[in-house]
Write a protein that binds this ligand. Structure first.
Ligand SMILES: Nc1ncnc2c1ncn2[C@@H]1O[C@H](COP(=O)(O)OP(=O)(O)OP(=O)(O)O)[C@@H](O)[C@H]1O
Length: 391
């Protein structure tokens, strides 16, 4: 741990360290000084000589780190020139860093176990195409804009759409995560740490990206996401599950028994039964159903008429059915109307909650975020292995 930053120190090297402590690794989201990425720091006349050790060769964040380091160095009073040398950590330094990031957690141990303070929400639906991924992505971004540390696992292995919705697909290529040894650093989109099976598949054509896996392999993939992906200290982890009641839902039940489940449905009465089933499976695997979100609900037209393409009442019906025989009623958390802006935001990688926050659909999504953002399992008061002020 570095000495506490002092930008006013009379020692120019101490001032440089203080300035470098403001540079955050964009992937790990910690100050580079906490990550042992700063090597030699010297001052000669008014020139700062700084050695930065990147975690891996060809680190995608290299450019932005270098830019931030130069800006930080030149912001120090008395420094007018910078000599920044970029090198790479030795394997020993890298594995020491990986160990520290795991904070004593063994290589094979999953994050977010039962004693974790992270709130885990699995978003499920009975049918496909009801807007589960769109809502999950918007909820994650909304929670991140509220200052929470948010991770998102796209466990919809057959229809992974989260990277596209969050703007992580460029020219048909999904931004890959960075690997540091065995550790995988998830790309960050709109403040959310995102991991998706789509990031591990080569090629841009549909055939090479089609996933047809059996249960055990799906289970291993989700398990790997929970062990090898470095999420750091999260307040909230969201999982976008595939539609239905298949293997992934059961794996999540086993791997994350404390997960609470959100059931997404359309207002169509026929969809209610299948949506109810996904909630029941979640319960059978020991998870609790937090609530129901109705999506693609009716919209008010300019002439005041209501257009309900998918009918009315499906959300309330699913909530009613899932409440039957339960000690606590399962609430209908929100009814998200059909929205062109919501669809466009998904297509352009600019989620509605930040691109058009005044849209009625954004308001409904924020109502759900109000519930998810309550920090019953938050990190407050926990002593953490890293300084969190910048992380
Ligand atoms: N409220 C809404 N208004 C308009 N379009 C919406 C709304 N919600 C979702 N959509 C659009 O509907 C389509 C399906 O949404 P999405 O991919 O999120 O569904 P899904 O339930 O995750 O599907 P699957 O699980 O099959 O991948 C997308 O084109 C999305 O932009």
């Amino acid at each position: 741990m570095p000495a506490s930053p002092d930008l006013t120190s009379s020692d120019p090297v101490a001032r440089l360290h203080a300035a470098l402590a403001t540079v955050i690794d964009p992937e790990i989201r910690k100050p580079i000084t906490d990550l042992d990425m700063v090597g030699r720091v010297e001052v000669e006349d008014e020139t700062a000589h700084v050695v930065i050790k990147l975690t891996i060769v060809g680190c995608p964040a290299a450019r932005s780190i270098e830019r931030a380091v130069r800006a930080a160095v030149l912001s120090v009073p008395g420094i007018t020139r910078d000599e920044v040398t970029i090198t790479v950590m030795t394997p020993a330094e890298r594995s020491a860093l990986t160990e520290r990031l795991r904070a004593g957690r063994g290589a094979q141990t999953a994050q977010f176990g039962p004693d974790s303070l992270t709130r885990v929400y699995a978003v499920t639906s009975g049918k496909g195409g009801v807007g589960k991924s769109t809502l999950t992505a918007n909820l994650a971004v909304e929670l991140a804009t509220r200052g929470l540390s948010v991770g998102l696992i796209d466990a919809d292995v057959f229809g992974f759409s989260i990277p596209g919705i969050l703007g992580l697909v460029h020219d048909g290529v999904t931004q890959p995560p960075t690997r540091v040894g065995e550790m995988i650093l998830p790309p960050v989109a709109h403040g959310v740490k995102v991991i998706s099976i789509g990031m591990f598949l080569e090629g841009t054509d549909a055939a090479s990206r089609a996933v047809s896996w059996r249960g055990p392999m799906l289970h291993r993939t989700i398990q790997q996401f929970l062990t090898d992906v470095f999420f750091g200290d999260l307040d909230v982890l969201l999982l976008d599950l595939p539609p239905g009641t298949g293997d992934v839902a059961i794996s999540i039940g086993q791997l994350l028994p404390q997960a609470e489940v959100l059931v997404v449905t359309t207002p169509q009465p026929a969809a209610a039964e299948v949506a109810e089933r996904s909630g029941i499976v979640a319960r059978q695997t020991g998870q609790s159903v937090l609530g129901v979100v109705e999506n693609m609900a009716g919209v008010e037209l300019p002439d005041g008429q209501r257009l309900s393409i998918f009918g009315e009442g499906g959300g309330a019906e699913v909530a009613r059915r899932l409440s039957a025989g339960q000690q606590h009623a399962v609430p209908l958390l929100a009814s998200v109307p059909l929205s062109v802006a919501l669809r466009e935001g998904g297509d352009s990688g600019q989620p509605l909650v930040i691109s058009t926050p005044e849209d009625p659909a954004a308001h409904a999504i924020k109502t759900v975020a109000d519930v998810l953002g309550q920090r019953q399992r938050g990190l407050a008061g926990r002593s953490l292995p890293f300084t969190t002020a910048h992380g």
